[in-house]
Design a binder for this molecule. Structure first.
Ligand code: FAD
Length: 368
């Protein structure tokens, strides 16, 4: 619905994806942006969403993919520009590989900074090969409040609400409005959408304090079916928790268990100590044990537009608020943005820009 010539945009979901999309769209005064979510950015202890639990840095994951490479490159550069503000830090990085891979031709060598192949003297005991570079990290407990503050300063409204169905979500945007579906794992159970390709990847991590752990170290991520992912992520200063480092982790597909596992914690400490002996220092203080679910999707993230008609009833399953009101007849532009799995932070700005182009192109087809 338009109010004084503005298009109403409802962003459903307040994780890093919903917030970043809201940031990008609210730059355009033609859009009146509202964020609606069950978990809001201040719920930094909620396991109902993934975003509080990320490292969060740029890590090389899996193989080259043209679409996600673009998103990651955009995001890397954006995070790099945030270093001077203190929101992000650069960290020297070493990633270890045990397979025969052409390390000189790694797909991400021009995405990161100062990429090089490591010499033998730079490898921890037991590791045979690796690459070095500079990457960038943010800290969710300061990053999410920062982006929320920017949105509030632009007049973006926030409302807490659990939406039951796709129809109810579309009705929130109203006729001629725009709905951004950034519900992460919620896209699986939104009645009328029910994307069964969406699944969780359980992660467990340990937040520690030890200034010596100031390098990003990891073994190849996203390779094979291993439920272990070993990584050490130094993070920027946060007023809430100071300088911290995240030790990880677990990578358990289709596991919905958000409870703490002491065996997992012991395994993480052992594997991280093999990468960085300083983990076992007496001075290392364990601040927190975290468990979070990465909102993954078979086939990769969904960033896609579709038109839906109102009312969109699934009343045999749920009562749809507003769905029977006359003024909700019409069409809503939906842009989906979910399924980012282990990489929601590192894809956030690039994916949000793609969402913006989809919204602009669908609302103004003649200018595209
Ligand atoms: P979420 O953060 O899950 O947000 C979903 C939002 O939708 C929430 O607000 C939720 O309440 C809302 N919602 C869902 N359903 C409904 C509904 N029906 N009605 C109303 N609201 C609804 N990524 C990186 O890039 N780098 C890292 O280093 C990194 N490390 C990670 C480490 C761990 C241990 C974990 C768990 C994740 C890590 N990730 C990392 C992944 C990253 O956290 C996620 O990809 C990202 O947070 C996903 O953001 P999102 O906004 O899509 O989803």
């Amino acid at each position: 619905s338009s109010e004084a010539g503005k298009t109403q945009v409802v962003v459903l979901g307040a994780g890093v994806i919903g917030l970043t999309v809201a940031h990008v769209l609210s730059e355009n005064p033609k859009y009146k942006v509202k964020v609606v979510a069950r978990d809001l950015p201040e719920d930094l202890d909620s396991q109902g969403f993934a975003s509080p639990w990320a490292g969060a840095n740029w890590s090389p994951m899996g193989e080259y993919n043209e679409r996600t490479y673009r998103w990651e490159k955009t995001t890397f550069d954006k995070f790099w520009d945030m270093i001077s503000s203190g929101l992000a830090i650069a960290s020297p990085s070493r990633v270890f590989y045990d397979e025969r891979k052409d390390l000189n031709a790694m797909w991400y060598k021009d995405l990161v900074r100062e990429f090089r192949v490591l010499g033998e003297n730079e490898l921890p005991a037991g590791f045979k090969r690796g690459v070095g570079f500079q990457t960038v990290s943010v800290c969710p407990v300061s990053y999410l409040p920062w982006i929320t503050k920017v949105l509030a300063s632009r007049g973006v409204e926030f409302a807490r609400k659990k939406v039951a169905s796709y129809g109810e979500a579309a009705a929130l945007a109203g006729a001629n409005g725009v709905l951004i579906n950034a519900t992460g794992l919620g896209a699986r159970s939104l009645i009328g959408l029910e994307d069964k390709d969406v699944y969780p990847i359980r992660g467990q991590t340990i937040v520690v304090e030890n200034p010596k752990l100031n390098e990003f170290l990891c073994t190849e991520l996203g390779a094979g079916d291993s439920a272990d992912a070993t990584y050490i992520i130094p993070r920027p200063w946060s007023n809430a928790i100071g300088f911290t480092t995240i030790l990880g982790g677990k990578y358990q597909r289709d596991n919905w268990d958000t409870s703490f596992s002491p065996e997992d914690a012991r395994g993480i400490l052992e594997r991280c100590t093999a990468l960085a002996p300083a983990v076992a220092d007496k001075e290392t203080r364990i601040l927190k044990h975290n468990v979070g679910l990465r909102p993954a999707r078979r086939g990769g993230p969904r960033v896609e537009a579709e038109w839906v008609d109102l009312p969109r009833k699934t009343e045999w399953l749920t009562h749809e608020e507003h769905a029977s009101e006359n003024d909700t007849k019409g069409t809503v532009l939906v842009v989906h943005a979910y399924g980012f799995g282990p990489a929601g932070y590192q894809m956030s700005w690039g994916a949000a820009e793609e969402v913006r182009s989809l919204v602009d192109a669908h609302l103004n087809p003649n200018q595209a």
